[in-house]
Design a protein around this ligand. Structure first.
Ligand SMILES: Cc1cc2nc3c(=O)[nH]c(=O)nc-3n(C[C@H](O)[C@H](O)[C@H](O)COP(=O)(O)OP(=O)(O)OC[C@H]3O[C@@H](n4cnc5c(N)ncnc54)[C@H](O)[C@@H]3O)c2cc1C
Length: 473
């Protein structure tokens, strides 16, 4: 037993068995359970779905049908939590895509130069990623799963959460409720979490919610290409959204050689899930490349839509907001507009933050302290996502307004973005910031600031560049 378990530095403990419950067995929940296993005698992951055999999508994570890139910040976090994980991911066939060399990219009216890669993303399916994490996490005998089970409420009162109320979904006990006591409950039940209502039901406060919604909607469909636009030299294609180009879309490679194609638009002009209209919608992108490719490619799945893309941050960290023994992580704490591809990375970075907060020898890991550490792990991703969405036409929510500091940041960032597609120095640093592997302050270091303030934007290609300028690492 490790020292934290011995000394009882979290929970009520006192010599008896120390239990943790994690609500939700998706990426944030699994990784939180993995960390808690170092501090608890028993960790129970309660999951509404039955876990699938293999890598099929499951109903509890409908977003699993849509593209999931794994950013570099998330890669490092996963590797530090589960050593050797990235090798496993590659061995399972997840494509590792060099940015910007391997992709044809466009933003703000400019094609990106295909400069040598300075950042890599993984673009394999979310189901495969989750399955690999699940296998590693449940190999630990301290962690068990209560599958096919809903959490329907909390036990405890306004000062302390003491467990969860469960309801079985299947089998003889279907519909029956039972209590599961715990010293710590971690809510990792995703963006649709009911924890605010559960907290109110035991007399505690529900958290203040910050929201910012652009009304962005996705449709995604798997295709196998028949022409060579997306071939050995070009792994994928992506047009990013911007206030002047609200339709976005692209194709990202999957582990089996097919591509997951996404098109997106804003409220009132959502992409269709009808087969023919899906292809026609791609004509809204500023170049016919994707539309032409789709016309010839073979569809391997129906199109799936997704509309709940608001940024939502639940401020459990504020004074008086949360009883002891309860913390939230992953999308249940902070959901991002998925177009920026950050949620999985933040789930993993949050698990690292949880590990550090629990292991800190200088401070008792109170609920508030742990919650603050989890929030801090999502701050940069929130700033990126909310900062960009604030400028999108039609954005609504109580986090839409920015202060005077945001006006300077917006001015500087606009200049960064003008240089991003063509300037190697600005491109490298901005990509690292967006990948959550460098802090935002890296954008203000002298080489970047010099380029941003004094150099004009570099020339960029007039047409989608078919090949990389030279091979990167
Ligand atoms: C369309 C879309 C595209 C995305 N693309 C990307 C991307 O490219 N890159 C990226 O990093 N992230 C992306 N994300 C975000 C990413 O999917 C999530 O951040 C990630 O799955 C981690 O979320 P989570 O574990 O917190 O919650 P989820 O993955 O939503 O999982 C919540 C889990 O809780 C379970 N559950 C819910 N309620 C209960 C209950 N009451 N009792 C028991 N179990 C319950 C659910 O069944 C589910 O398993 C995308 C999201 C969407 C919506």
């Amino acid at each position: 037993m490790n020292s934290a378990r011995r000394t009882g530095r979290w929970g009520v403990g006192g010599g008896r068995e120390r239990n943790a419950v994690v609500v939700g067995g998706s990426l944030a929940g699994l990784l939180a359970a993995h960390v808690l296993a170092g501090y608890a005698d028993r960790v129970t992951v309660v999951e509404r779905d039955s876990f699938p055999d293999g890598t099929k999508p499951r109903p509890g994570v409908p977003q699993g049908r849509h593209p999931h890139v794994l950013l570099e910040g998330g890669q490092s976090a996963l590797e530090s939590l589960l050593p050797g994980f990235l090798l496993e991911l590659r061995a399972a066939g997840a494509p590792r895509v060099g940015m910007p060399s391997d992709m044809v990219l466009r933003q703000n009216g400019r094609w990106f130069r295909r400069l040598p890669a300075t950042t890599h993303i993984y673009t394999g399916s979310r189901a495969q990623l989750e399955e690999l994490v699940r296998r590693r996490v449940f190999a630990n005998p301290v962690i068990s799963a209560a599958e096919g089970t809903d959490v329907v409420g909390l036990l405890g009162d306004a000062s302390r959460v003491r467990g969860v109320l469960l309801r079985d979904r299947f089998g003889d006990a279907r519909g029956e409720q039972r209590a599961l006591e715990a010293d710590l409950v971690v809510d990792a039940s995703g963006s649709g979490t009911k924890a605010p209502q559960w907290l109110t039901a035991i007399g505690a406060q529900s958290p203040h919610e910050e929201t910012l919604d652009t009304g962005l909607a996705y449709a995604s469909r798997v295709y196998r290409g028949r022409n060579g636009v997306l071939d050995g030299d070009t792994a994928g294609y992506y047009v990013y959204p911007s206030p002047a180009q609200v339709h976005a879309g692209g194709a990202l490679p999957l582990e089996d050689g097919s591509h997951l194609v996404i098109v997106s638009g804003l409220r009132g002009d959502e992409p269709p899930t009808d087969d023919d209209e899906f292809v026609t919608y791609a004509k809204r992108l500023p170049h016919p490349l994707l539309h032409r490719w789709l016309d010839e490619a073979e569809p391997l799945s129906p199109a799936f839509g997704y509309r709940r893309t608001a940024n939502i941050r639940r401020r459990y960290d504020l004074p008086g907001s949360c009883p002891a023994g309860f913390v939230a992580t992953g999308d249940a704490l902070c959901t991002f507009n998925p177009i920026y591809g950050q949620g999985v990375a933040v789930a993993a970075m949050s698990a690292v933050a949880l590990r550090e907060a629990l292991a800190d020898p200088r401070r008792t890991p109170t609920t508030r302290r742990v919650q603050r550490a989890l929030l801090a792990a999502s701050r940069q991703a929130w700033d990126i996502s909310a900062g960009a969405d604030r400028k999108m036409p039609g954005a609504v929510g109580n986090a839409v307004g920015g202060g005077p500091a945001d006006r300077f940041a917006d001015w500087y960032l606009r200049r960064v973005q003008e240089r991003y597609p063509g300037d190697p120095v600005v491109g490298r640093v901005f990509r690292s910031v967006l990948s959550l592997s460098a802090p935002v302050t890296a954008l203000f270091t002298p080489p970047v600031a010099r380029a941003v303030l004094f150099r004009p934007p570099a020339t960029t290609p007039l047409e989608p560049p078919a090949t990389p300028e030279e091979r990167g690492s």
